[in-house]
Design a protein around this ligand. Structure first.
Ligand code: WTA
Length: 661
């Protein structure tokens, strides 16, 4: 694994940022958590998490041991406890008289809407639980979910959780190839999908990708349940394919949830790593629910009786799992769910939604903030955003400029309001399951561009190459020193890879793959990945995975992929390819365009390189390792500088010359 240094001009600028914004006394006084929580939690993290688990969840059987860390890095939290995720997200609220509270305000892309109460959602999940059981899905079986952002996605996830089936949600933007490999790796028995969705006013298909994924035999899927969303005609495999509304209509609305072991697997979510094969991150029940519920309450200061919460993430990513499907519902919140894109039918769509539902807590990604910033402040200024009281950011480092715009334009009602909404920049990963580093909005004086403080009960540090903690004012690698409740338990089917990837770099510590720096106050600034993982619009992509996709094309002899800095998307994928000498490329065909489409087919549109540069050679060390740093320099328009360690020092010159042509 390549570890690049974690310094650079952009970061030096970032660290000159000195502004600080303390919460208002009113906000602080009314906040869900207060200063003392840090001392309390850090004095005895296990006792703290045990208290959170009992306070935030309803257990059908209490646990007898908080943490079993006798076989590191394999953790067991809340040993002996039994809990049902769906019961905690749904039934108990209805039993507590909150059945009429809105769980989801659904806003469809074509403008159709649906208001779903806790009572409605509970009934739908019970039906789906019965329906899945009638299709032979039992506890421990895997269910692949390939759905757009529609309520059925949440219903499916919670129905799986209810019966103890393990969901594996695959982002709708992934291709049939990517879907097939995930179905195979998890050996899914059932696939839940939709005919399609809408994109910018037009129907956009999903089911054909499922059909293509299952076209070849040798898979484990017995049934495909299809939600009719966009009404397009789709191919139908009799016996295998079933219509969602028919299946649900035939199922009973009565279903009793039983508790599952705290360590029973809840879901698998595939994420990109440093090798070609995506990792199936496995999360379990009790610890995951405890930490997601706690963080949702503490970090967003969520008041379920009055707040309207909106997380813009798709359920295909971990943010859509933890902070759409689980935590808000476990906490009894009212949330907005939006199917469409921010610019359809116009660039004020999000702000129109905020105004319509009086969204008070908004959680989104820096790439979206930067895009809206580019569209212009006059667009949000047309809407009443005065309901907003907390703003969240996730997915990549947020630059101070975007942070300030978010604060002034979105959180400050066009500058008219005295009280600006606090911004919480939340650092976490698919692997951590829940937020790990973030300001607490009633406590922390926030700094533009920094996630700042490890959450109460979370042991984060920044260490040097040798694993020694760096002093304040220095940079290094982000690590987590102690197990945390929502931590991944393993990589599905590959415990060795789990150990190697996260626990072998530094003795006894979890290595996150991120560079970070402590400022003079000891606050943490995240500096981006230090491995071969790129972050494009807040989506994780692996350089190796895209390289493998490229070389799987018959024209390509060799490929190297880098993430080049991009103003809006954070990073953009740039590929350098060497074509095979014998490649017979038809006249008039543009190899770059063909290869972009090929990557789209192998992985999905999100992975398509922005630029593909056909080069005669790639820069390699004498041991044959591609020097991505040099390619990154070229891709970002810099002079590659020192190339003396290359086996052939003239390579960079050749590439640069070629690019000028
Ligand atoms: C990056 C998304 C800086 C980081 C929840 C991490 C961030 C990767 C932040 C995980 C943040 C996420 N500041 N960087 N606030 N949040 N990252 O698994 O590099 O899709 O390792 O989880 O995103 O991406 P993932």
């Amino acid at each position: 694994m390549a570890h690049e240094t974690v310094t650079g001009d952009a970061f030096e600028n970032l660290l000159r940022e000195k502004r600080q914004f303390a919460p208002s006394p009113e906000f602080a006084a009314a906040a869900n958590v207060h200063e003392g929580i840090y001392a309390e939690a850090n004095a005895d993290p296990e006792a703290f998490w045990a208290a959170q688990a009992r306070e935030r969840l309803t257990w059908s059987k209490d646990f007898s041991q908080t943490l079993d860390w006798s076989d590191p890095p394999f953790a067991k939290w809340f040993v002996g406890g039994e809990v049902n995720a769906a019961y905690n997200a749904l039934d108990r609220h209805v039993e507590n008289g909150l059945g009429d509270r809105v769980a989801i305000h659904f806003e469809g892309e074509p403008g159709d809407t649906e208001t779903i109460t806790y009572a409605d959602l509970t009934e739908r999940v019970k039906r789906a639980a019965n329906a899945f059981e009638s299709l032979g899905v039992a506890k421990g079986d895997r269910v692949a979910v390939y759905l757009p952002m529609i309520p059925e996605a949440v219903v499916t996830m919670l129905a799986c959780a209810r019966i103890g089936a393990i969901h594996s949600v695959v982002f709708g933007g992934f291709s049939s190839e990517a879907l097939r490999s995930r179905i195979d790796d998890a050996e899914a028995k059932l696939v839940v999908t939709a005919d399609g969705t809408y994109r910018r006013g037009k129907p956009s298909p999903l089911k054909p990708a499922v059909d293509e994924a299952l076209a070849e035999d040798g898979h484990t899927v017995q049934h495909v349940v299809v939600v009719r969303r966009n009404g397009q005609d789709v191919a139908w495999t009799e016996g295998r394919d079933l219509d969602w509304s028919e299946v649900m209509g035939a199922a009973s609305a009565e279903h009793t949830a039983v508790g599952h072991d705290a360590e029973h697997p809840l879901f698998i979510l595939y994420t990109s790593g440093t090798t070609g094969k995506p990792k199936g991150i496995l999360h379990t029940t009790g610890g995951y629910l405890t930490q997601t519920a706690f963080t949702h309450s503490a970090v967003f200061d969520l008041k379920p009786e009055t707040d309207v919460y909106w997380c813009t993430a798709d359920i295909g990513w971990v943010t859509g799992h933890s902070y759409v499907a689980y935590a808000p519902l476990v906490n009894g919140a009212t949330q907005v769910m939006y199917e469409g894109t921010p610019d359809s039918p116009h660039q004020g769509r999000w702000w129109e939604i905020v105004q319509k539902y009086k969204v008070s807590v908004l959680y989104t990604a820096p790439t979206a903030i930067r895009t809206m910033m580019k569209w212009g402040s006059d667009i949000p200024a047309k809407y009443d955003l005065s309901s907003i009281r907390v703003l969240g950011s996730v997915g990549e480092p947020i630059n101070p400029e975007a942070w300030m715009w978010y604060r002034e334009v979105i959180g400050g009602n066009g500058g008219r309001r005295e009280e600006r909404a606090p911004i919480v920049d939340t650092w976490w990963q698919t692997e951590t399951g829940a937020i790990m580093i973030a300001p607490l909005p009633g406590i922390t004086a926030t700094k533009p561009g920094s996630a700042q403080v490890p959450l109460p009960g979370i042991a984060v540090d920044v260490v040097d190459e040798a694993g020694q903690p760096v002093p304040d004012g220095h940079g290094g690698f982000l690590v987590i020193r102690k197990p945390w409740p929502a931590m991944l338990r393993t990589i599905w089917g590959d415990p060795e890879r789990f150990k190697d990837t996260y626990w072998s770099r530094f003795e006894g510590m979890y290595f996150a793959g991120d560079g970070a720096k402590k400022d003079d106050d000891g606050d943490i600034w995240l500096l981006g990945r230090v491995d071969d993982v790129m972050n494009v619009s807040g989506h994780r992509l692996s350089t190796t995975e895209i390289e493998s996709a490229l070389v799987s094309h018959p024209w390509v002899a060799e490929a190297a992929v880098v993430g080049a800095a991009d103003e809006t998307t954070g990073q953009a994928v740039v590929a350098f390819v060497i074509l095979r000498g014998e490649a017979s490329i038809p006249e008039g065909e543009d190899p770059a365009a063909v290869l972009r489409a090929h990557v789209g087919h192998e992985i999905g549109p999100i992975a398509k390189p922005r630029h593909i540069l056909v080069v005669p050679e790639l820069p390699k060390t004498r041991s044959g390792k591609i020097m991505r740093r040099l390619l990154k320099d070229v891709a970002e328009g810099r002079d590659p500088g020192d190339a003396t360690t290359l086996a052939d020092p003239t390579v960079m010159h050749k590439i640069a010359q070629d690019l000028r042509k």
